[in-house]
Design a protein around this ligand. Sequence first.
Ligand code: NAD
Ligand code: DAU
Length: 347
Amino acid sequence: MNILITGGAGFIGSHVVRQFVTKYPNYNIFNLDALTYAGNLENLKDLEQAQNYVFIKGDITDEKFINKLFKGHRFSSVIHLAAESHVDRSIKDPLAFAKTNVLGTMVLLNAFKNLWQDNWQGKRFYHVSTDEVYGSLGKTGLFTETTAYDPNSPYSASKASSDHFVRAYGETYGMPYVISNCSNNYGPNHFPEKLIPLFINNIINNKPLPVYGNGLFTRDWLYVKDHAVAIDLAFHKGKNHETYNIGGFNEWTNISLVKLLCKLMDDKLQRPTGTSEGLITYVKDRPGHDLRYAIDATKIRKDLGWEPSLKFEEGLEITIDWYLKNTEWLKNVTSGAYQQYYKKQYN
Ligand code: NAD
Ligand code: DAU
């Protein structure tokens, strides 16, 4: 079975690729990634010699290239993660998000349809999406699979649009698909433009910790390897034309999460308690900042038996240890273009 995983050199994608390559030696896993600023083959160094793994550098928006690739390898399934994924970047450059997340997804859907529309038996298009498509919650309530889409940022609008196209291909052409919408992931290999790895890196370097607005925005956090396991389960056991919400049952306001992170970092770095908290700096809010995301993951728990395996404090400690051990990785990804991005975003 030839399976295409897109975006496998990124944060979540690299954990999904590892999950499939190591657990299913009888599958041939093809990882297609354009290696943008967020893609990094260092994330997959341990798999370089694996017999059932191939890396292909390429862009999902390149229609000619994608059609040729699908014809050549006749992928029976696609697990699609490639995307522009950072909300702040989507505010600065929305068109890039429409191109990759909407057009890129359509190019893949079309190539898959052209290949299999006469025989969908045993085929599957698995689309990895986000809880942000549901918009923002108030102080109470949870997102379920039937919550209406109400995206607020160019990023979430582009992901919502790609979800709609996946469904439309299912309804119109009978394409078998599964979509999962997940909450905020954290863990090793997370690019340090997102809250947790950015703040770990800044604490290591004694730099300010820029908390947006009043810090009372709430996210539901899930350890990345638990997300990879959930994708594995829903890919194999999920029902066709279904959506599964994936979340950590683990809500934190940004400021309480940051304070916990500061405490753990002080311990790890053997600095006096309170040193890292002293770096907290409240800065201008993110435009259109969603107040609260919270996932009801009952369906995947009941139907597929999935549960997060780690408590947040445990996962966060493993994550911190990983960053403190992988200083070369951190140094490499924060040199060059990262510095320009940082200046533009925070100065
Ligand atoms: P990421 O930014 O770390 O990785 C994205 C990967 O896609 C990179 O390797 C990049 O090189 C690749 N890519 C980008 N444009 C491409 C293109 N045109 N062609 C081929 N490859 C391209 O993202 P992530 O955080 O790992 O997220 C992966 C997926 O999961 C995304 O679809 C995202 O919307 C979704 N998601 C993320 C989270 C989260 O908390 N990070 C939560 C829910 C869903
Ligand atoms: O909910 C799932 C989504 O989670 C994914 O679809 C996205 O790809 C992923 O990036 C993430 O989006 P968020 O916007 O929630 O993540 P981010 O890490 O950018 O921000 C988390 C919270 O922290 C958010 O409320 C904004 C705040 N924040 C973020 C940064 C980068 C700050 O206060 N300061 C910062 O410097």
